[in-house]
Write a protein that binds this ligand. Structure first.
Ligand SMILES: CC(C)(COP(=O)(O)OP(=O)(O)OC[C@H]1O[C@@H](n2cnc3c(N)ncnc32)[C@H](O)[C@@H]1OP(=O)(O)O)[C@@H](O)C(=O)NCCC(=O)NCCS
Length: 180
């Protein structure tokens, strides 16, 4: 179901319904584009230094990007940083390039993450989201995430509360198969 061949860092999941999308591990050379998306997406963006730490130091991190190809050029549509914390996958970062939002790419990337987690024998995936982030919360709920707790003043840039949201991987795979 999920394979990556030894000549590349692309990850192939046969069950995904979108053959035009490609997924691979992030490389340092992607960081200029990733940082542009990051800064356009978050009020407290991660720094280049932090991404490099995630790429090279954090052994529990899976930095993944979603892309499509136009002629022979790769266009990065979005990225995520998944932390494997024992038997839970923690989605520490997730963004879609602003020009490509509201086209279903966020849902497709979540679907990929669920299959990726399943391949690692992960049963549960969790994330934190700002209470004001309506579009993300709607997407996560459609993908089977449920709010399990309120994180008071979780975001230090503006003291905003967050929600902890949790999904069961196998349930989300089923829901997203219908949604996409
Ligand atoms: C949250 C985020 C990842 C969602 O990505 P996205 O690609 O826009 O997600 P989708 O396109 O799958 O879904 C978004 C909306 O588009 C709609 N949509 C999907 N396909 C569509 C299409 N072909 N035409 C029109 N609308 C469509 C969905 O129904 C959904 O609508 P809703 O919000 O009314 O429910 C993106 O907005 C983002 O990167 N935000 C900034 C970073 C961020 O907040 N990350 C999350 C941190 S926890």
């Amino acid at each position: 179901m999920l394979s990556s061949n030894k000549f590349s860092d692309y990850i192939i999941i046969d069950s995904l319904k979108k053959p035009e999308l490609f997924f691979r591990f992030m490389r340092e050379e992607d960081l200029d584009i990733i940082l542009r998306i990051e800064r356009a997406s978050f009020s407290a963006p991660w720094s280049k230094f932090y991404f490099i730490h995630e790429l090279h130091v954090n052994k529990n991190a899976f930095l993944l990007i979603m892309l499509h190809q136009v002629r022979y050029e790769e266009i990065i549509l979005g990225y995520t940083d998944l932390w494997k914390e024992k038997n839970i996958l923690h989605m520490a970062n997730f963004a879609i390039e602003p020009r490509y939002r509201n086209k279903g790419y966020g849902a497709s990337f979540l679907q990929f993450c669920m299959y990726f987690g399943d391949r690692l024998s992960i049963e549960t995936i969790k994330l934190e989201v700002r209470v004001s982030n309506d579009s993300a919360i709607r997407l996560y709920k459609k993908a089977g995430f449920q709010i399990t707790s309120l994180l008071k003043r979780y975001y230090i840039d503006n003291n905003e509360d967050g929600y902890l949201m949790v999904a069961e991987v196998k349930n989300s795979i089923k829901l997203l198969q219908v949604l996409i």
